[in-house]
Design a protein around this ligand. Structure first.
Ligand code: DX5
Length: 226
């Protein structure tokens, strides 16, 4: 008896681990492998101990793909930079609760620019910090590693946090997506899906020298029955 493939879960490749000498081809590869979205990790060296990419990369990626682009802003004072990422072509802009002093205003700012809004939580930040904003956002991102680098180990104690968020959203009949990010690969994917996550950001599990992007995406999907 064959079990139905899960179609309510998405893999969202993070280009942080991509080969930047051929970014266009790396973006097309995940699109050809069936990705319906991808994530761009924006780091400012202040909110997180790493510096990565800005709106210019979002614009470049926008020029080679039509799939949904998430801009994950791991930056201080995101409200100063949200317009640039909207203009560059991001479809979904994610700010960190720990960085957005006026989170409700930042979410309204993103929505006011015609974009989808997401809020991210670092591993140590409790769910209660987003309770008041859940009805306004399209996505909650539970970091399953401390943000700043790819290739880190999954923090298992995030599983009950994901499960509690799932319960909160179901109880309030809210449709916002639960996304997870960090240490997601074929072994951890089924755990987060079982806990209630539906969008799985994956960097080093998708982009690596050991396997093709297509094989990597297939292995991730096989992990959760997709
Ligand atoms: C880390 C980033 C992640 C990172 C994930 O701060 O937000 O998106 O690229 O990389 P992996 O999947 O390798 O943990």
């Amino acid at each position: 008896m064959t079990t139905a493939r899960r179609t309510d879960v998405e893999v969202c490749p993070s280009i942080l681990s991509a080969d930047f000498t051929q970014l266009g081809a790396q973006v097309r590869a995940v699109e050809e492998a069936g990705a319906r979205r991808l994530q761009i990790d924006v780091m400012d060296g202040s909110f997180v101990p790493n510096i990565t990419m800005g709106a210019g990369i979002v614009e470049a990626v926008r020029g080679v793909t039509g799939i949904l682009i998430e801009a994950h802003l791991m930056i201080v004072r995101p409200e100063l930079h949200i317009p640039a990422f909207a203009k560059a072509g991001a479809d979904l802009i994610i700010v960190h609760q720990e960085a957005a002093v006026h989170l409700h205003r930042a979410v309204q700012q993103i929505k006011g620019l015609g974009k989808h809004a997401g809020v991210a939580l670092n591993p140590a930040t409790p769910l209660v910090m987003v309770e008041e904003i859940l009805e306004y956002v399209d996505l909650v991102l539970i970091m399953t590693v401390n943000p700043g680098f790819g290739g880190q180990d999954f923090i298992t104690s995030m599983l009950p946090k994901i499960r509690r968020l799932r319960g909160m959203l179901d109880e309030r009949n809210l449709s916002c997506e639960i996304e997870v990010d960090g240490g997601i690969h074929a072994a951890t994917a089924p755990l987060v899906v079982e806990a209630g996550a539906r969008v799985l950001v994956a960097g080093s599990a998708v982009y690596s020298k050991q396997h093709s992007v297509a094989d990597a995406m297939a292995a991730l999907r096989a992990g959760y029955g997709g």
